[in-house]
Design a protein around this ligand. Structure first.
Ligand code: NAD
Length: 290
């Protein structure tokens, strides 16, 4: 396929590189002048989008996605697919898809989980919103860049799935970390805590696969000085998106709201910026109840 790829940052560059490796003809564009080996480089987003079968965007947020979409939609050929893999607010995802479809294009929102490691290894999970026919066209690309693509329904539903998942993840990480900190103060050994919880009803991905306690459980960012991994500020971004969506949809999400507030404090007022989101554990370790 002929593919335009806009946004070649930490995630976009390795995803584009995997498409090149698989034999697709990729033209990239990034405002930071990043290039990808084996891909052509365009001078603008519109130029990268012209004449392509699929245009992929991997951008920081919804406002930037909207401005890039306004530029590329008029440049794209009829029937082409605008495939946004960024994590953005549901509203922006739906607005961009509507504009694309009004211009005779197909549109998918397909945010990912799996992080930079998953982008490099081609093992991302895609959560996809949009029509069945657009999903079918993009499927071979999902198979290259990822190991799983779930079609979640119409436009915006990929973003909805992503923020619901990450709201659970943020809340669960906090619960896991505060429980470890409590266990410490009760004199309960961390390995014993892991051995019990990981095989009991408190088990979770954050405990079993991404344990925030160094030296306990499988290898995780905790074993590497809390170098991300999944950065606390990205967790904060996703939690804020979940609260924005909850407000718009009139959903009561008190735990999500508490998690968003706690990660905001951690990232903006404490030392969370640049650390993995599991660094909530050393945060709780140093704190007291009153
Ligand atoms: P990043 O900041 O490394 O990359 C974004 C890129 O977009 C940058 O290179 C920037 O120069 C470029 N850009 C900004 N405005 C542009 C424009 N107008 N035109 C063209 N390029 C432009 O971010 P990232 O880590 O690659 O994340 C990208 C998206 O993926 C975000 O929405 C993020 O939430 C999501 N995501 C990231 C991770 C992760 O672990 N990094 C995991 C899952 C999802």
């Amino acid at each position: 396929m002929k593919i335009g790829f806009i946004g070649l940052g930490n995630m976009g560059a390795p995803m584009a590189a995997n498409l090149v490796k698989a034999g697709h003809e990729v033209t990239g564009f990034d405002t930071a002048a990043i290039t990808v080996e084996g891909a052509a480089t365009a001078g603008s987003a519109a130029a990268a989008a012209t004449g392509q079968d699929v245009v992929i965007t991997m951008l920081p947020n919804g406002a930037i996605l909207r401005s890039v979409a306004a530029e590329v939609i008029p440049a794209m050929q009829a029937g082409a697919v605008l495939l946004d893999c960024s994590t953005v607010d549901v509203e922006s995802a739906r607005a961009v898809a509507e504009d694309a479809m009004a211009a005779g294009l197909k549109a998918l929102d397909a945010p990912v989980s799996g992080g930079i490691g998953g982008a490099q290894a081609g093992t991302l999970t895609f959560m996809v919103g949009g029509t069945e026919d657009a999903f079918a066209i993009a499927r071979p690309l999902f198979d290259i860049m990822g190991q799983k693509a779930v079609h979640c329904g119409p436009s915006g539903n990929g973003q909805a799935a992503k923020i619901c998942n990450n709201m659970i993840l943020g809340v669960t990480m906090i619960a896991t970390c505060e429980a470890f900190a409590l266990a410490d103060k009760l004199g309960l050994d961390r390995q014993a805590m892991f051995d019990v919880v990981s095989t009991s009803s408190g088990y979770s991905w954050t405990m079993n696969a991404y344990c925030p306690a160094p030296g306990v459980g499988p290898q995780s960012p905790a074993d590497n000085g809390y170098t991300p991994g999944f950065a606390a500020e990205l967790m904060l971004k996703d939690l804020r998106l979940s609260q924005q969506a909850a407000e718009a949809a009139d959903a009561d999400t008190p735990m999500g709201a508490a998690a968003a507030a706690l990660y905001a404090t951690f990232v903006e007022e404490e030392d969370g910026k640049g650390r993995d989101f599991s660094a909530m554990l050393p945060r709780f370790e140093t704190r007291h109840r009153g």
